[in-house]
Design a protein around this ligand. Structure first.
Ligand code: G4P
Length: 527
């Protein structure tokens, strides 16, 4: 296969959802189709196994949440699928946000009984910012669910996202009979299996098929026909151009746990979702099929396996072909980085890969030379825009004993580079105390735990009352005027940008209103 064919068959995406909507379950079922795992349950089993290889993962195990994200790769009907697995718990939002910077599309998973939930809203905001296509899967239709039109309206109202059904559910909960494809009008019947079996039987037939009639009756068929008619007037046609630009989301209904509707989702997603496209850079858009290798680091992870005390940088390939051992230039540091022993990840397991193409993700051993947002290229120097930092929602002050300052600084420096927690300093305050900000407070615990276990640094922590951070830019006079405001605390991020901390939305809004010449952004300037 040549370079263009390899790139054309790649699909790189992430699943966004609120915790408990069924992301692990859906991931597992998708992997089953790719033959990547033989038994459903393996992803969860791996989640449990992790604790054997990493001490600090104990926190994850105790809380029953997934802390780190990995990349899952599989083949399906000629496609090479890269599923960027994102931490599901709301405490790990920023890591998830960053992973979305490496995805070309997203599957937005909603619990049919709950609709659009808060974490989904936050993650969708990043997809919207990036204008990537979003495909919606409404899960748990085997349980009582909201009316499909209500879900349709909620997606529009809460996310501002136009959406249109690809298939349409026939009932829900105990009365769930299956889905009807809006375009082919083919019905896929949902048949519960006997107790003990989780998988549902799925049988496809036309609306006129006697099997459909015997399952849902003549009245049921009439109702479906009316509903399909109604959809034509009440919802938009499936305009692929709008889907590609992220303005229209095709909606699928199903039940991941019973594996119902998952293959239809996968097939339709792969046929509609885009292959890797051009990426903006300081050299203009870089076409994925450009002959030279380029990529950027979207995540780094220290000490994934404490036996090796290594650090891994995850690189999204943007153009050309990657070959093991190749030399690249880091545009930030201007240093040569040899990409030796690149790793391919499946959960916690690692295999070595010898080649990769635009859309793929490589894990490279990193001794600190690579940072989030770094651009790497071979043959031509390219800089991709940096990875933005997103507003933390929890803040604390971290202190250490003066005697342990050296280990503390080293640990802090390395862990902050991973980006799960942001470091902030108050230039007006004395001492070396560090203000930490995170999207979820559990990250502070993880930080403290890792400082102690990996860097032998005991710390104490006091939470702070702030809830919102905004990066503030404007003239030095306007910024100076802001310093007097009592409702904002001004600090600096690690790049020296001014950040305003607020206790609540109202104090933020009043400060924004009273300082019209300043720009307040929920996303950090890159660089
Ligand atoms: P998450 O990764 O998004 O947090 O969710 P996860 O897949 O772990 O699923 C959360 C719960 O929802 C699980 O139940 C799972 O079995 C259930 N679930 C997922 N998809 C469906 C579905 O389509 N229908 C129904 N009825 N349930 C679904 P649990 O009791 O927490 O765990 P377990 O049953 O796997 O032990």
């Amino acid at each position: 296969m040549n370079l263009n064919q390899e790139i054309a068959r790649r699909r790189t995406f992430a699943i966004i959802s609120h915790p408990d909507a069924g992301k692990t379950t859906l991931t597992e079922k998708l992997l089953l189709y790719g033959g990547a795992i033989l038994l459903a349950g393996s992803v969860k089993a791996r989640r449990a196994e992790r604790s054997a290889t990493s001490d600090w993962m104990k926190i994850e195990q105790e809380r029953g949440i997934s802390v780190t994200s990995t990349v899952l790769q599989f083949e399906y009907e000629g496609f090479r699928v890269n599923l960027l697995d994102t931490p599901g718990h709301q405490d790990f939002g920023e890591d998830t946000y960053r992973t979305l910077m490496a995805a070309d599309a997203a599957i937005m998973l909603l619990d049919g009984g709950k609709g659009v939930e808060p974490v989904t809203e936050k993650l969708y905001a990043v997809c919207k910012m990036r204008q990537i296509p979003v495909f919606t899967f409404i899960n748990k239709m085997d349980r009582p669910a909201l009316e499909p039109l209500q879900l349709h309206d909620e997606i529009r109202a809460k996310l501002g996202l136009e959406n249109t059904p690809f298939n349409w559910p026939i009932g829900n909960g105990p009365a769930f009979c299956g889905v009807v494809n809006r375009f082919s009008k083919e019905v896929t019947l949902f048949e519960r299996q006997e107790a003990g079996s989780k998988e549902a039987l799925a049988r496809s037939a036309s609306l006129d098929d006697p099997a459909v009639e015997s399952r849902i009756g003549i009245e049921g068929i009439q109702k479906i026909r009316e509903e399909l008619q109604m959809l034509e007037t009440m919802t938009l046609p499936l305009d692929l151009e709008l889907v590609m630009s992220g303005q229209l989301s095709p909606v699928f209904f199903g039940s991941a746990v019973t594996n119902f509707g998952v293959e239809e989702l996968l097939r339709a997603f792969l046929s509609m979702a885009p292959p890797p496209g051009p990426r903006q850079s300081d050299q203009g858009p870089i076409d994925p099929s450009s002959p030279f290798f380029s990529g950027f680091v979207f995540k780094t992870q220290a000490n994934m396996d404490p036996r090796h005390r290594d650090r891994i940088a995850f690189i999204r390939v943007c153009s050309g072909k990657f070959e093991g051992g190749m030399e690249t230039l880091n545009a930030r540091s201007q240093k040569t980085v040899r990409l030796s022993n690149p790793k391919e990840f499946f959960g916690r397991e690692r295999g070595t890969i010898s080649e990769g193409y635009a859309g793929d993700v490589l894990g490279i051993m990193n001794q600190g030379q690579l940072q989030i947002g770094d651009s790497l290229s071979a043959g031509k120097v390219v800089r991709f825009p940096g990875i933005p930092r997103f507003s933390p929602e929890h803040f604390c002050i971290l202190r250490c004993a003066p005697s342990a300052r050296k280990a503390f600084n080293k640990g802090l420096d390395e862990l902050l580079q991973e980006g799960a927690v942001q470091g902030l300093r108050d230039p007006a305050a004395s001492g070396n105390d560090m203000i930490l900000g995170a999207v979820g407070p559990l990250q502070f615990e993880v930080m403290q735990y890792r400082l102690k276990n990996e860097y032998r640094s005991d710390t104490s922590m006091d939470s702070m009352p702030y809830k919102i951070a905004r990066w503030v830019s404007g003239s030095s006079e306007d910024l100076a005027a802001l310093k007097g405001a009592s409702t904002v605390r001004l600090v600096e991020d690690m790049n020296g940008h001014t950040v305003g901390l607020f206790r609540d939305i109202w104090s933020m809004e009043s400060v924004v209103k009273n300082n019209p010449k300043l720009v307040f952004s929920p996303i950090a300037p890159t660089g």
